[in-house]
Design a protein. Structure first.
Length: 273
């Protein structure tokens, strides 16, 4: 379904008293609601945290925060109150370790003071698994920085289809770049169709992260395309990343070098379960 920012804000403001949750002992209800309201008011401000592997979950959050914010906040409030909640047919029943960890992450920049974001990211990583979880399937303190929290390309696609009933058109993979001759035209055409376009990149060349220097050449990062256009030989890419809007100018060669996956999401006309 679709909903509006105003509906979501009105829902939050009607909550005059939210009791401390026995399920989330390290999350204060006032900070939880404040975090949710901030996300709804400024959806591009949601932030994965410094040097975590939460970027896939932050990128995915673009969809509910922009197109169904009321559904997002009602799910989050139910999850806080009851310790479990569902989105469509996906029932989130976080492990005891997740209940204890949410609200305690530190040294992650502004994520430290955003307990609702910690809860959301940890629950997504706990619920959805991929092959990167083969050797690390159960959360341990510090796993937000490790493969436990990672989202590979297939897992990212699966999360969107399972949670938000979108048509997903994806090319590329974790290892092989997409067989697309003209990446700029392909991405631009998908963007102009009105869907939401995500790119899966080797971000060592696009952004600076401390842990990127210790990783092999491979895609590790998701961004959300906000605009793309070309002037002369340079491509201008405007994208969501790290809690803000970023603009970069790239050559076609550089764009091809860093891009491993392109995913276009369009809402299904019949929004069934």
């Amino acid at each position: 379904m679709f909903s509006t920012k105003d509906q979501a804000i009105a829902y939050i403001e009607k909550i005059t008293e939210l009791k401390e949750s026995k399920h989330w002992p390290n999350i204060k209800p006032d900070l939880f609601l404040s975090n949710l309201k901030s996300n709804i008011s400024n959806p591009l401000n949601i932030y994965e945290g410094s040097n975590t592997n939460f970027c896939g979950y932050a990128a995915l959050s673009y969809l509910p925060l922009h197109f169904d914010p009321l559904g997002f906040v009602t799910f989050m409030v139910e999850l806080y109150k009851n310790g479990e909640a569902s989105i469509r047919k996906e029932k989130f029943n976080p492990s005891a370790a997740i209940h204890k960890a949410a609200g305690t992450l530190i040294f992650k920049n502004t994520l430290d003071i955003r307990p609702a974001d910690q809860l959301w990211f940890l629950c997504l990583a706990d619920h959805f698994k991929g092959y990167l979880n083969f050797f690390n399937n159960t959360f341990q303190p510090g796993d937000e920085d490790r493969f436990w929290a990672s989202a590979n390309f297939a897992k990212f696609n699966r999360m969107i289809q399972s949670l938000y009933n979108y048509n997903v058109d994806a090319v590329g993979s974790d290892l092989i770049r997409p067989h697309v001759k003209d990446l700029y035209t392909y991405i631009r055409d998908k963007f102009l169709l009105g869907g939401t376009v995500f790119l899966f990149l080797d971000n060592r060349y696009l952004t600076k992260k401390q842990h990127s220097h210790f990783r092999p050449t491979a895609p590790t990062h998701f961004i959300t395309v906000l605009d793309i256009y070309k002037k002369g030989d340079l491509i201008t890419l405007v994208y969501w990343d790290y809690g803000s809007k970023t603009l970069r100018q790239l050559t076609p060669y550089f764009l091809k070098k860093i891009t491993f996956g392109i995913l276009n999401c369009t809402k299904k006309i019949a929004d069934g379960n």
